[in-house]
Design a protein. Structure first.
Lengths: 452, 186
């Protein structure tokens, strides 16, 4: 960290002390100070949004911020402030710029990794199941990934899987060792018990994103009987111990209506979830069916509903497939994140199971500068319409071309799927979606009719 | 179980300190000596200094359990000195290689409860504000800490220990005298 960054870090911590005393009054004052300290250009759009939230305190976002102070352990909020705001965003921005300048490659904000392919559940259509049940990244390998990542400025680590909590002892050890990083885990929540919650309270930098599928019926039908009640019980423990958590939801043609219903969102808020991340079903894997892909009408419904909740509900919702406009399209390939599977293969995205680099053979930086990641770097954004961000789902010819050109191989060890096969499944979807996507995009960008 | 693992790691560190300085000791050295893997160390501690921190807290808790009423505070202080001598290499390594202020903080946190209970006992029959009681406590804590710190600066020589008796001699009765001044000027 540079001297100026260190000074700022120190100053910000003092500012936080002040903020903590009376968030409601002091948050707007803090924002004023930040505006004075930071150059105009840094995080300008984000700051503008934040200012608006603070000016009119009678809105859902302010309600969310206030609920954080009442529902979550103060020490954990402080840790989050240091790790997420100071490290994963401010320090990251500075370090990343230097690396990008030198190597002309993408430098991610977050690294997603699968500690294990093992899972204690067997859900229909789960892509993790493809890897089989036996692969693991060792403690030392994950430790090395994080150590390398921090040198590039990455302080945000997100566990996918498999069920990450199958390795909960190691995950706590990693939180403890890398106490300057923020960790998040996509989990089925069945392994969250009182004891683990106490460990989370101790390390303070571990946030679960719990998988739910909408109603009890939908959740149990995909994840097995009793799954829903187990999730509810885990959330009760987390809430009682004042631990932060969110949910992650996969929407398909089958569950889209219930998972995007207002009832469901209200339920999430009442459970105490602070964020809800929505993922579009992806037909990845030789056996994956296309019937589960949402129709254009369904996806449009999702588009409108999530936007509506975002301006009315005290929960942070993101729909990764429909929110490309806020992040400039595809965020994979190391632009904002990358994925490392339990075999060590470094993949551009959790859904793109092709790779030309393995963490057991290359450093992170070498992977970022390898042909596949450079193809992402040079090709992004894959579409000017950010409602069609993905080189697989909405632009299937792009992924095929990149895989062919770079010689990346399928990382699916059970049943390797060719890029042609995978992308072939998306062709019809991509064609059907284009018209709706273009209409919505135009409408949200200087539409004559809506005067936006 | 977890307490036992922590204690085993602490013992390994203490024994390694007989051969190496603190800044030369790696986590690998400790886990090899202890016969556990790296993740076990990190499950419990962030780094070597975190382990040192635990040792001081944990040992001291045990140490002062027998002196909880502080009636014999001389003995309590002597016990601290004895502990520091028994763990000479640990204490001196911390003094020389880590932030000295941290060691001062340990000493303060150990001595403050002792001196605070004495001050409060003496002040029981007097009309003295809480603020002034704390002030007097702090003055005596700082005096004791200064004594200990200087002793460490000279590598904890045995012959300097005689000075502790002189220090007690100075302090005995003086607390009541000092508190009395605050009562007069109220």
């Amino acid at each position: 960290m540079s001297f100026s960054a260190k000074m700022m870090n120190l100053g910000m911590r003092k500012v936080y002390d002040y903020l903590e005393k009376d968030p409601k009054t002091n948050l707007p004052k803090l924002m004023e100070m930040i505006d004075k300290v930071l150059p105009e250009s840094v995080y300008a759009p984000q700051r503008k949004v934040f200012r608006e939230i603070l000016e009119d305190q009678d809105n859902n976002w302010f309600e969310l911020i206030e609920s954080v102070w009442t529902d979550i352990d103060p020490q954990i909020i402080r840790k989050f402030f240091e790790n997420f705001i100071m490290n994963a965003n401010l320090d990251w921005a500075e370090k990343r710029e230097k690396v990008m300048e030198e190597y002309h490659c993408n430098v991610p904000w977050a690294i997603l990794l699968d500690p294990t392919s093992a899972c204690n559940m067997h859900c229909t259509g789960c892509w993790a199941a493809e890897y089989g049940n036996r692969l693991n990244l060792s403690f030392d390998e994950i430790d090395s990934i994080i150590t390398q990542g921090k040198e590039l400025g990455v302080y945000m680590y997100i566990y996918t899987g498999g069920e990450p909590l199958m390795r909960k002892q190691d995950l706590i050890a990693l939180c403890n060792k890398h106490s300057d990083c923020e960790f998040l885990a996509f989990t089925n929540a069945t392994l969250i018990d009182e004891e683990f919650a106490d460990e989370m309270l101790r390390v303070k930098n571990f946030i679960p994103a719990i998988s739910v599928e909408g109603s009890e019926e939908d959740t149990d039908s995909r994840r097995g009987k009793g799954s829903y009640q187990r999730v509810v019980r885990a959330m009760e423990i987390l809430r009682r111990k004042k631990l932060p958590f969110g949910v992650s939801c996969c929407y398909t043609s089958q569950n889209l209506d219930s998972i995007s219903s207002e009832e469901f969102i209200d339920q999430l808020v009442s459970w105490g979830a602070k964020f809800a991340w929505f993922f579009h079903y992806m037909p990845v894997g030789n056996d994956a069916v296309t019937q589960l892909l949402p129709s254009p009408q369904q996806r449009e419904q999702m588009y409108h509903r999530i936007r509506q909740y975002r301006s009315t509900k005290p929960i942070f919702t993101i729909d990764f497939q429909n929110d490309g406009e806020y992040v400039g399209g595809c965020i994979a390939g190391g632009r904002n994140y990358l994925h490392i599977n339990p075999n060590g293969d470094i993949e551009p995205c959790v859904f793109i199971h092709y790779s030309d680099s393995n963490i057991r053979e290359k450093t992170l930086l070498e992977a970022l500068t390898s042909p596949l990641f450079m193809a992402y770097h040079d090709g992004q954004p894959f579409n000017q319409n950010h409602l069609r961000p993905c080189p697989m789902l909405e632009n299937p010819e792009k992924l095929q071309e990149m895989v062919r050109r770079t010689g990346a191989h399928s990382t699916d060890l059970q049943s390797p799927e060719s890029a042609e096969h995978l992308c072939g499944k998306c062709l019809e979807y991509a064609q059907n979606w284009t018209e709706t996507a273009d209409r919505l995009w135009q409408c949200s960008h200087c539409c004559e009719n809506c005067k936006k | 179980m977890s307490q036992m693992t922590k204690q085993a790691l602490a013992n390994s560190l203490k024994s390694l300190l007989q051969k190496k300085t603190l800044n030369k000791i790696t986590i690998k050295d400790i886990v090899d000596d202890c016969g556990v893997n790296r993740q076990t160390f990190y499950y419990h501690f962030q780094d070597v200094y975190d382990l040192v921190d635990w040792i001081f807290h944990h040992d001291f808790e045990r140490l002062l359990k027998d002196y909880s009423d502080y009636t014999n505070w001389h003995q309590g202080c002597r016990r601290i000195l004895d502990y520091m001598q028994e763990n000479r290499s640990l204490v001196l390594n911390v003094y020389h290689s880590v932030n000295r202020v941290q060691l001062e903080d340990y000493l303060k946190s150990w001595l403050k409860p002792i001196l605070s209970s004495i001050v409060n006992e003496v002040a029981q029959s007097m009309e003295i504000s809480q603020e002034n009681r704390e002030f007097v406590t702090d003055v005596y804590v700082l005096m004791m800490v200064g004594f200990f710190m200087e002793w460490m600066e000279y590598d904890m020589p045995k012959d300097k220990l005689g000075k502790l008796d002189k220090l007690f001699y100075c302090m005995d009765g003086s607390i009541a005298y000092t508190l009395g001044k605050f009562e007069e000027t109220k």
